[in-house]
Design a protein around this ligand. Structure first.
Ligand code: SF4
Length: 236
């Protein structure tokens, strides 16, 4: 039976690799990363960092009809949605499931839910899946400890730079440190509002430019959208 780790370039799936490196888990036969084409630069850098350590990571690209997430959004004039999580299906789940199915023989698919994620586990304990961190009762803090124990740097949170589940601080960081990517995100949202609904913005009922400029001006916002709500991409 082949073991396959869904790797997202974030803390949890890196902790699984660290456990393998520490010989507390067997090394998986395949480590797969479904690249949306819109991942944060730090995620790509971290994957390069692990590859330089000799870790082989299979990158799945293509997403929907050979377009990446940015190209797809530009074509359709849409942005990822907090409600209808189509991006996770098209650019994470489907490419990975398709790849797993294309392998001959039985396989065991490892997912990086940690012990603090009981809610995300609901309905997902299916045949062919395994949740090593959950089984070993390792939470997010434990994940970071294990990564350090393996002698590796702890990655930043993975995800797309146009993700509507991002925290305020990530939007601010995007504008400040990656103005080219910030422009892509802003342009996509403008198109979405122009061609579809003005209510479907990254942040509820507010354009991201206004949201971040209000934060820049340190205006007290009457609400807090910085929910620590996780996106459905379970490959962190
Ligand atoms: S990280 Fe966010 S934008 Fe990217 S695929 Fe997942 S839910 Fe969609």
């Amino acid at each position: 039976m082949k073991t396959i780790l869904s790797f997202g370039g974030g803390v949890n799936s890196t902790a699984i690799l660290a456990l393998c490196s520490l010989k507390e888990l067997p090394w998986p036969d395949l480590i797969i990363f479904s690249d949306t084409g819109a991942e944060w630069p730090h995620t790509y850098k971290y994957i390069d960092y692990l590859e330089k350590k000799g870790i082989q990571i299979t990158r799945l690209t293509g997403g929907d009809k050979y377009m990446d997430l940015i190209e797809f959004c530009q074509l359709k004039k849409i942005i990822p949605s907090r409600v209808n999580r189509w991006c996770t299906d098209h650019f994470k789940r489907i490419p990975i499931n398709y790849f797993v199915r294309s392998l001959n023989g039985d396989s065991e698919h490892w997912i990086g839910f940690d012990f603090g994620e009981t809610k995300r586990m609901e309905g997902r304990r299916k045949k062919g899946f395994r949740f090593p961190l959950f089984e070993l009762r390792i939470d997010r803090i434990g994940c970071e400890k294990i990564i350090r124990k393996a002698g590796w740097g702890v990655p930043k949170k993975s995800g797309c730079f146009i993700c509507p589940f991002q925290r305020k601080s990530q939007w601010i960081e995007l504008k400040k440190n990656h103005p080219d990517l910030w422009k892509i995100a802003v342009d996509l949202e403008r198109e979405q509002v122009k061609y579809h609904s003005k209510h479907m913005t990254y942040i509820k009922n507010m354009m991201i430019e206004k949201f971040v400029s209000d934060l820049d001006a340190q205006i007290e916002l009457p609400f807090d959208f910085s929910l620590d709500q996780k996106c459905e991409c379970y490959f962190d």
